[in-house]
Design a protein around this ligand. Structure first.
Ligand code: ADP
Length: 407
């Protein structure tokens, strides 16, 4: 039986902080919201389970002020969902990088925070921002336990043949340069939920999860364990994404550095922020909804950006079917995977050799759990909306149960 707890889930970025309050025994979301533009002009958005919402400008000079504001609203007589802070049993933090050290979720202690600091170089955009979120909560709710759920942890079962790059081994030994894979929380939730939905034993199926959002990755999960993930040392590797390039021959970088007089920082900025479908569509858009609309109006660059995206996804699915020597479930999730009907159809059109066929009528469904393939097909094609917060809540519950057993 799942114990009754209220968990405050925090996803802290450099200038934003997303939060949700989840009740564990019912999986109910009591409230959720977003603090944006922290340290700039401060925007706060909030909605509680009764549909009462807030959208306001609030000065939040730092993350402490942001957490302070969200706590105040959670206790507010009109908008709040708790009467006292002590009702929050535990705070769960979404953490991006756990290196090789964290293969599962943990109770956050001083040792964990120190170990995380060691990974700041590995994830300079995300890790320090995650730590700031932890520190803010520690300051404002010092007596509330906190647990950390890492986006890399689920991928830690990848075997060495999948995670090592073909570069001198000493860089792995000295600096842990290797493929880590990301979106682990989503891949974990979706792969397991797909098995539940199909009434399968999770430990007996081979699943390929296509997390297709602004950031996009594909994950091969064999018998409940990750065997490969398209993202690498950083989230830049793999698929063509909204603004990220995905796989690129490193030789291109030297060539462009010389031709365009670009620095390393310029090159990284180009690969992370100006590439993907945005760059391919000649800066038309990184947003797939806009690209779809443009496609119907005959915008050639939007059409080819979408084609390149679909082609790359299909290639990765094929390679992961090979990596697992077969596949039972191919699952679409995240903004594009859950909603982009044409994209799903185009990707699946490459996969008939695997026995993939999808039902046109079922494929019109958006944003809900659905089996697209026909009953009895050799490969199930599914849409499973991701729910990272719920997965974090489950992980945090596990951590707290383990703590109880230890006591
Ligand atoms: P992230 O969490 O990485 O920011 P999301 O998972 O929210 O990304 O996905 C965002 C992407 O999903 C956007 O490109 C958006 O256009 C696309 N998307 C959302 N709804 C639809 C839709 N109905 N049709 C096509 N694309 C959609």
């Amino acid at each position: 039986m799942v114990p009754h707890m209220k968990i405050l889930i925090i996803n802290s970025g450099s200038s934003s902080l997303k939060f949700q309050v989840i009740e564990t025994d019912t999986d109910d979301v009591l409230a959720k919201g977003l603090c944006e533009r922290i340290g700039i002009d401060g925007k706060f958005r909030y909605k509680n389970k009764d549909g009462k919402s807030l959208k306001e400008q609030v000065v939040m000079e730092d993350h402490v002020q942001a957490v302070n504001h969200l706590l105040k609203i959670l206790k507010d007589l009109e908008y709040g969902v708790i009467t006292d802070y002590s009702e929050i049993d535990v705070i769960g933090h979404r953490l991006v990088h756990g290196g090789e050290k964290f293969t599962g979720s943990v109770l956050i202690t001083d040792e964990v925070v120190d170990a995380m600091r060691e990974f700041n170089d590995l994830a300079p955009l995300h890790n320090p921002a995650n730590l700031v979120g932890i520190e803010a909560c520690q300051k404002l709710m010092p007596d509330t336990p906190m647990a950390g759920v890492f986006d890399t942890a689920f991928n830690q079962t990848m075997p060495m043949k999948a995670f090592l790059y073909g570069i001198p081994y000493e860089y792995y030994e000295k600096y842990k340069v290797r493929r880590y894979g990301f979106h682990g929380i989503s891949h974990q939730y979706v792969s397991r939920r797909a098995a539940e939905f199909m009434d399968q034993d999770y430990e007996s199926v081979k699943t390929i999860v296509c997390h297709l959002g602004n950031g996009a990755s594909i994950c091969a999960v064999k018998f409940g364990k990750v065997v490969d993930n398209s993202m690498g040392f950083t989230p830049l590797e793999g698929l063509v994404m909204g603004t990220r390039s995905g796989d690129v021959d490193a030789g291109v970088l030297e060539y462009l550095a010389k031709k365009e007089d670009m620095s390393l920082a310029d090159l990284m900025n180009m690969l992370n922020k100006k590439s993907g479908v945005l760059g391919l569509s000649k800066n038309f858009s990184s947003d797939f909804r806009e690209l779809t609309a443009a496609q119907y109006k005959g915008n050639y660059k939007a059409i080819s950006a979408r084609e390149i995206f679909a082609y790359k996804v299909a290639k990765y699915i094929g390679s992961y079917a090979a990596a697992m020597n077969g596949v039972d479930n191919i699952v679409f999730t995240a903004g594009v995977g859950e909603n982009d009907i044409d994209m799903r159809e185009e990707i699946c059109s490459y996969l008939t050799y695997l026995g993939v066929t999808i039902d046109e009528v079922r494929n019109r469904e958006q944003g809900k759990e659905v089996r697209l393939s026909r009953r009895g097909a050799p490969v199930n094609v599914l849409v499973i909306p991701t729910n990272e917060e719920l997965e974090i809540a489950r992980e945090v519950t596990k951590v707290m149960e383990q703590q109880k057993e230890l006591r």
